[in-house]
Design a protein around this ligand. Sequence first.
Ligand code: AMP
Length: 243
Amino acid sequence: MAERTRGGSGTLGTHVGAVRERPVRQRSTTPGKIVVLLGPPGAGKGTQAAKLASALGIPKVATGDVLRAAVQQGTALGTEAKRFMDRGDLVPDDVILGIMKDALSQPDAARGAILDGVVRTVPQAEGLQKALGELGRDVSAVLVFDVPEEELIRRISGRVVCEKCQTPHKGLEPGDICPKDCGRLVRRADDEPEAVRRRLAVYKAQTAPVIDWYRTHGVRVVPIDAVGTPDEVRDRVLGALER
Ligand code: AMP
């Protein structure tokens, strides 16, 4: 799926993917929905964010994509973020909240948004709630992607991504050309084994508590079995959003 990266001005570019692919199914039941995708690295959040954005006709916001684009462009944001990202640590909350507010203030976010990897700490959940509250909005649902740890490691160790469109691919090698013909495939620095161990530890320590935070704040939290083909998982998610 092709996506538009709206660079924005200055260092805080925003990655809000406008949907060029024809929507799989337009759901009239979901206008304005803000859906948060939570899950460990390798759980398929990025893949599903793109599929859901397409199916629901709403943009996706992926902080990881914004940060990687900033690193690639060598902006001040990218330089600051890179040292955290390469070792598998989280980028500071104030940086993430800046990206998030910028994305939510874009006109197409009025239709709703799929937030991919955006909320990774309790302060980010609080910051998002405050920012949405100021816009008279709220998180509609939090989807928690569940994948066994051995499967996560297997997925990540075989993953290469396009340096341009950032789509992940399996069964191809670094240096190959993206099947969408837009750039070369690279291995993410934070997909190296040591960084992956760190990211999983960071997920358990800092991101998993966000699930309880949402539960205690009355937001609908839906566990998703994220093992299966991307389309199977997408259909489970769409089913869960309809209920
Ligand atoms: P992702 O592509 O979502 O796996 O993100 C890649 C990296 O970007 C993460 O390992 C973090 O270093 C950084 N990052 C992305 N989103 C966030 C966030 N919400 N909070 C902190 N760091 C983030």
